[in-house]
Ligand binder design. Structure first.
Ligand code: IFM
Length: 442
């Protein structure tokens, strides 16, 4: 630990998602959602984003010049399969070119098949509430891996299934904008089935591919450690949000509270690696008025360093999560970890403390093999539009100018040296601490 060195062949890169960077994705449910006033901050839309669809080659040149040796991206389902069963040769050729461009630069691609967006025809047929969507997704996954398996070894079926269910079906801030906990559970079931079907088909045809899923895991701590009700709701949040999908995939069957959706089963151990998206922790307090959210009121830690989205900077949570994940006995890739920080005032600190936490976990036995920072370029951050700036590289959607931030250069040095320094002179990180006591997040 003291020498700050990472294992050899460690993957260092950044992660993106097609809809957030490409621009021009007009045939999916998100684009339709963006057209409705009030859905996206400042009325922003995902076109042009970073025009990455056209600019991918020069963007990869820039990332390579910053010593990144890997890159996580997603392919856009609505481009590849614009109508049921109709696959676009143009789109598939485009993604061949993209993956080849990474290979040419010595960067290991990691491809996500589903990162939040659904083709319009899928949402018209009921989206993830329709069990049939699992079969459609598996057909898509099979076709894409048949076409591109020679260019990428790492495949992620679905990004953050519990976030899809929570944001779209509990919180209602994302399409389809529902607030129905029962529907959210059914959606998670369909997403799990979609993963199972895709996993089986991909592995049958291309056993050499490494197939996993990107899990968004959060730390849920009790707001008052001495209050048994708070401890109970924090445990319930951890169970439902962090553990149900992982356990279902490990055991090859739906576990509580998904089980009442029928006796659905799939292959046991249906992940070759764990993709971990880690950002923050939340405190949870029992409140009988929060029935629809398992009686848990989510709170902010005060005082604390926070991102522009008020997420607590909690690197210890990455360590804790990585140590928990040892039970899965699978290689782990941190597939996302980052901070919204417009001024780049806290990102250097965020980067160093999280990378150190990851190294400590490795020394304590966590099989972490790579780290993909979220994200390369400021991009379209869903309901936050362009207001939340997560990029190591600033990108202005109006001019398309790219500008490497100090944190981008710091990350480049970590990637180059495969090493995290014990000390670096940083400007003091700004503390956001108005008052004592927790604050409701909503
Ligand atoms: O931008 C998102 C990404 O699409 C999924 N994980 C969290 C990121 C930051 O909110």
């Amino acid at each position: 630990m003291s020498d700050g060195k990472f294992p050899e062949n460690f993957l260092w890169g950044t992660a993106t998602a097609a809809h957030q960077v490409e621009g021009g994705n007009h045939a999916n449910d998100w684009w339709a959602w963006e057209q409705v006033r009030g859905h996206i901050k400042n009325g922003d839309r995902s076109d042009p984003a970073c025009q990455h669809y056209e600019r991918f080659a020069s963007d990869f040149d820039l990332l390579r010049s910053l010593h990144q040796n890997a890159h996580r991206l997603s392919v856009e389902w609505s481009r590849i399969e614009p109508a049921p069963g109709e696959f676009s040769a143009t789109a598939l050729t485009h993604y061949r070119d993209v993956l080849q461009a990474l290979r040419d630069r010595g960067m290991e691609p990691m491809v996500t098949l589903h990162h939040f967006t659904n083709p319009t025809w899928i949402s018209t047929l009921g989206g993830w509430e329709s069990p049939q969507t699992a079969e459609y997704f598996a057909r898509f996954a099979e076709r894409v891996t048949d076409e591109l398996h020679d260019l990428a070894r790492f495949w992620i079926t679905i990004n953050e299934p519990t976030v899809v269910a929570y944001q779209g079906y509990v919180h209602g801030e994302w399409p389809p904008g529902k607030r129905d906990f029962g529907a959210a559970l059914r959606v998670v079931v369909t997403l799990i089935r979609a993963h199972w079907l895709a996993y089986e088909r991909i592995k049958r045809r291309h056993p050499q591919l490494q197939v996993g899923l990107a899990h968004h895991l959060r730390i849920f701590d009790p707001s008052r450690w001495f209050a048994p009700q708070d401890r109970a709701v924090a445990a319930a949040f951890t169970r439902v949000f962090n553990e149900t999908v992982l356990r279902s995939l490990r055991e090859g069957r739906l576990v509580f509270p998904l089980r009442r959706n029928g006796k659905v089963s799939g292959p046991r151990q249906s992940q070759d690696f764990i993709g971990l998206n880690y950002y923050t922790r939340e405190l949870v307090k029992f409140n009988h008025r929060y029935r629809a959210e398992l009686f848990g009121q989510r709170m902010l830690v005060e005082p604390a360093l926070r991102s522009d989205l008020a997420w607590e900077l909690y690197p210890e949570g990455l360590y804790r999560t990585l140590m928990e994940l040892r039970r899965e006995q699978l290689p782990i890739y941190v597939t996302e970890n980052g901070i919204a920080d417009r001024d780049d005032a806290r990102r250097p600190e965020f980067l160093l403390t999280h990378v150190r936490a990851m190294l400590r976990a490795i020394h304590d036995g966590s099989p972490v093999r790579g780290y993909m920072h979220w994200t390369s370029f400021d991009n379209f951050e869903w309901a936050e539009g362009y207001s939340a700036k997560f990029g190591l590289i600033a990108c202005d959607p109006a001019t398309q100018e790219r500008r490497v931030r100090s944190s981008g250069r710091l990350y480049a040095e970590i990637c180059r040296s495969n090493h995290v320094p014990a000390t670096v002179e940083l400007p003091p990180a700004r503390q956001t601490a108005e008052s004592g006591g927790p604050t409701d997040l909503r």
